[in-house]
Write a protein of this length. Structure first.
Length: 247
């Protein structure tokens, strides 16, 4: 059996702890937004948890980079991870911590072989809806001309935006809110494309299996026909020899 590399072993051992930290990040991000009356100490604690989770993913990236046999190739193949690690350092904005952590969680989740495409798509949809709603609520609630002021309004807006329906009854008015809207629309289109491609690939694979099975049955029938022909020829030859011996 081929021995696993140190990088692969690290990724397998840290998979579940990092996903658990991602859940903690989700809770810490949501609490101050949902509970707008949260005190300074609770808000500070949630902010500390957010930075801690982001730091854990940043350390994970550095460890994987150190364990990679070819570091330049690792950086080239995981450039999005590097951007997600560097992004909050360049600008300590809360929304950037959200974006970078979601990117890092998604990249690490895709490495898990037990997570299938359907599970990943469902998780991505739920995550985008939840975090998109929280993010737009956090930037639009205090806007003087905003009309997204409750969590219900934010969730409804996220649904209509991701599905590109866009009823227009709720819309962001701030620059950050519109950036979030663009991200949700692009994500919704991308996920719809992934689902459509997955369904098409499933049908194509089914048709290919049917074609393979049909060809196999055709070849089996042809082979059986040839065997019957040879058997009849052998029977005729034996009958001819028997008639000669009698005469």
């Amino acid at each position: 059996m081929k021995e696993l590399s140190a990088q692969t072993r690290w990724e397998r051992h840290t998979q579940r702890p990092l996903l658990a930290l991602a859940v903690a990040f989700a809770v810490a991000y949501a609490v101050p937004i949902v509970d707008d009356s949260a005190g300074h100490s609770l808000t500070a604690a949630c902010t500390a948890v957010e930075w801690l989770v982001w730091g854990a993913f940043a350390v994970d990236y550095l460890v994987r980079l150190t364990l990679a046999p070819q570091r330049k190739e690792f950086v080239r193949r995981h450039w999005l991870d590097l951007c997600a690690v560097v992004l909050p350092i360049l600008q300590p904005l809360r929304l950037l911590r959200l974006v970078s952590t979601l990117l890092l969680v998604g990249r690490r989740a895709r490495m898990a072989p037990q997570i299938r495409l359907t599970t990943y798509v469902v998780g991505a949809v739920v995550g985008l809806l939840m975090f998109g709603s929280l993010a737009v609520l956090s930037v639009e609630r205090e806007s003087p001309h905003g009309n997204i002021r409750t969590l219900g309004d934010a969730v409804w807006w996220s649904f209509t935006t991701m599905t590109t329906v866009g009823y227009g009854d709720h819309a962001p008015t701030t620059g950050l809110g519109r950036m979030i809207a663009v991200g949700l629309m692009l994500s919704g289109i991308a996920l719809l494309g992934v689902v459509t491609a997955n369904i098409a690939a499933w049908f194509i694979s089914r048709f290919e299996k049917d074609d393979v099975e049909e060809r196999r049955q055709t070849e089996a029938i042809a082979s059986l026909t040839e065997e019957v022909r040879l058997l009849r020829a052998e029977v005729e030859r034996l009958a001819t020899e028997r008639d000669k011996q009698r005469s």
